[in-house]
Design a protein around this ligand. Structure first.
Ligand code: NAD
Ligand code: LMR
Length: 328
């Protein structure tokens, strides 16, 4: 009998849900020996549309797809899950910053954090819904009350990591697979700091390979910080295929042991590393032991330029936290 992993996806009838679910259900994320059962959460008015998504999943005849639970009740959705992918929330429109969503989306993560704490003690949680870091902090504040370790609450900076790797590879004229050790520090927002100084290309410092410090410290950083807004400007809708892909990359990276000398980007609860405020969900370089434990990579060298940018994104997250303090 294959092992079964149960994954909850919130906002499952939305555009990220539509891009994410077939890949999850196909078995490509957890591998050929793992059956995937799904718990799909939506708001009540979206349940009919979600039924259509479920029909399509059934019509794919995926051999590894287990049962599919559909509900508008968070506790029911999270009962016995191994993974919670918290996508459901409003996306920003043109001209907005992600932080502008905080008052509307923040309260969603109070209820879901409480529901997680009752229903799913042994769970990994990835918050995708924006503003992802602070929403994850809200969910964590409630989830820990039920005994879920704070280390299990993550927010997604993997899309930023992937964007940064793609841009560095293009600039260096090499394959994206040659780019490793890419860190996104801080907030999934326009203050994030994509760290080219510690990234590598074919194992060499990215700064040696690209050599164009002005570009790495200027255009490159702005491009990654503004990429979400650029997609919205072009599509009229926020990223969905690349966001779903990044969420699944995150799941796979947590589910497997990180190769020696490598790391990936995720926003996780602080542990005092780099002198950063511990009470934030902050983007760091992280490694997984493949057994559910993710830890922050210590000891990276940070230039004054890097420290100033990390301080700016930390300040923004502290300000977001102050806005939602009443939700903890
Ligand atoms: P969408 O509007 O297409 O779908 C969102 C879905 O969430 C809708 O179906 C809606 O009914 C549902 N929903 C709303 N409130 C809910 C609740 N309380 N419980 C369950 N479901 C609920 O939006 P989308 O494009 O799928 O984006 C979803 C979120 O992901 C947005 O906040 C967006 O900004 C964010 N996002 C984050 C990243 C990232 O890198 N972290 C990338 C892309 C998008
Ligand atoms: C992204 O980075 O594409 C998402 O966070 C959506 C957005 O609002 O930019």
């Amino acid at each position: 009998m294959p092992r079964t992993v149960r994954v909850a996806v919130t906002g499952a009838a939305g555009q990220i849900g539509y891009a994410l679910l077939p890949r999850l259900a196909s078995g490509s994320v957890f591998g050929p020996d793992t059956r995937v059962s799904l718990s799909l959460l939506e708001i009540t008015p979206a349940l009919p549309a979600l039924e259509g998504v479920v029909m399509e999943l059934q019509d794919c005849a995926f051999p590894l797809l287990g049962d599919i639970r559909v509900t508008d009740n968070a506790e029911e959705a999270f009962d016995g899950i191994n993974w919670g992918l918290l996508v459901g929330s409003k996306p920003r429109g043109k001209g907005m910053e992600r932080g502008d969503l905080i008052k509307e989306n923040g309260p969603i993560f109070v209820g879901q954090g409480k529901a997680l704490s009752k229903a799913a003690a042994n769970v990994q949680v990835l918050v995708v819904g924006n503003p992802a870091n602070t929403n994850s902090l809200i969910a964590m504040k409630h989830g820990v009350k039920g005994g879920i370790p704070r280390e299990r609450f993550h927010a997604m900076t993997r899309l930023d990591q992937n964007r940064a790797m793609a841009q560095l590879a293009a600039k260096a004229g090499t394959d994206v697979a040659d780019v490793t050790n890419m860190t996104i520090w801080g907030n999934h927002s326009a203050t994030q700091y994509p760290d080219a100084e510690n990234a590598k290309i074919k194992g060499r410092p990215c700064t040696d390979v690209i050599g164009h410090v002005g570009w790495l410290q200027g255009e490159f950083i702005q491009l990654i910080q503004q990429r979400g807004a650029a997609v919205i400007a072009a599509r009229g809708l926020s990223s969905a295929a690349s966001a779903a892909n990044a969420a699944l990359d995150h799941v796979m990276s947590v589910d497997s042991a990180t190769p020696q000398g490598h790391w990936f980007s995720a926003a996780v609860a602080g542990d005092g590393s780099y002198g950063i405020d511990e009470d934030l969900i902050f983007g760091y370089p992280v490694r997984s032991d493949g057994k559910g434990n993710v830890s922050i990579v210590k000891g990276l060298e940070l230039s004054e330029f890097a420290r100033a940018r990390i301080a700016a994104t930390e300040k923004e997250l502290q300000e977001e936290r102050a806005v939602v303090q009443g939700l903890f």
